[in-house]
Design a protein around this ligand. Sequence first.
Ligand SMILES: [Zn+2]
Length: 482
Amino acid sequence: MRSIHRLFAGVLACALTVQLLHAEGLPELGDVASNELSLATERKIGQQIMDEIRWREPSYLDDPDVENYLNQLGERLVAMSDDPGMGFQFFAINDLSINAFAMPGGFIGVHVGLLLAVQTESELAGVLAHEVSHVTQRHIARQIFQSKKLSMASMVAMGLSLLAARSSPQGAMAAISTTQAGAIAAQLAYSRDFEREADRLGFDILRRAGYDVRGMSGFFARLQQSTRQYENNATAYLRTHPLSGERMSDMQNREQPVAYRQVADSQDFQLVRARVRALQGRPSDAVREFETFLRDRKYSSEAGTRYGLAVAFARNRDWAAAEQELAAVRRLKVSSAMVDRQLAEIKTGRGEKEAGLTLYREAMVRYPRNLAVLYGYGNTLIGDRQFAAALKFADDQLQIYPLDVHFYKFRADSYAGLGRRSQHHLALAELTALKGQTAGAIEQLQLAQQAGDANFYEMSMIDGRLREMKKRQIEEMKERRN
Ligand SMILES: [Zn+2]
């Protein structure tokens, strides 16, 4: 599994890029090197790869708590970058190898292994600030166009075979020989100039955002020294971001004039690390692992460890034990949306739906923009068959997050529960279109037309959307043919 993801992390991003570039109707391969990639095109490519990962890649970690944390940390860094308005998205990959990767257009993937391997939040911030800089400097696009070691054609072939076998990633990887994989991986290493630039700009971001500037070099040094300890887990990142002695001394020279100051880790950093660990393996094993940590006092944060145990208990559906641990976390004066949301989920799990909904409502007042809390509330309303309330909630949230698939899902489920068939299919059509599946959206719109319960106004809206989607489909087919 690990080798798949290590390859996936770097290769899929670039291989697909070339394939999709071709699909965009850009010039033939021979001319590509001389062409600049527009930012809008880069963004479109990145979005398509992101859709592949989010909706079809099994190792994508679909956990709103973790994603929310990464985006909060990421936004704080991006705000201090040279291009704060670029619009980044951070997400987690459930893979224990140590890696982080940037895709075209500002999509940044973080392996769970990296979250577990860093010792401070500043180290994590250092790695992410470096990746953010690769994006703002548009290194990925430039790297692809400058590549000479590997022919464009073989990267396209690679991308195609990955695409063809995306439903079974293991099969796809088995089809690719290790020599090819090695060649591609070597190809994907950023050039020395790009690394130097990302180091320099990443350092500036880290300093301006108020993190410990020694985070980056400290993490790299440890990574390099302990490659044996981590076995192959450390090589993925080092392979794509080669660490030379020169880079290391550049980093240290930059840090020298900055006075040392202790930067405390955030509570959520401790909680997220415990959470991703508690999500690994079998629930009963996770429970045992965290119980051992607590018994032996083997932890840097008691609150984080107790929260991790609560998550493991909740996975094991041991609601009473989970609630008890969360109460202990709260006694340690921890206030976090993650703790509140977990408690609401546990109450709901125990069958105390009203108590759960009340906790969600209180959390929404305290953390109004926390998507994990919002999704949890919507799911609980649907689970409790409160369809009218769920529909109102979904519509309100869609005013704020018009492109969020989850809220369309709540709308679709609410309409299904209310017996409104055409509106149910219309919501499913919007959801499917947002996932980048135009044909599926057309199918849903046709079902909405045929449902027979739409009024005149709703019908003309469905007809209008259907015309738009068919037009989009024709455009996409044209792009693919070119
Ligand atoms: Zn790099």
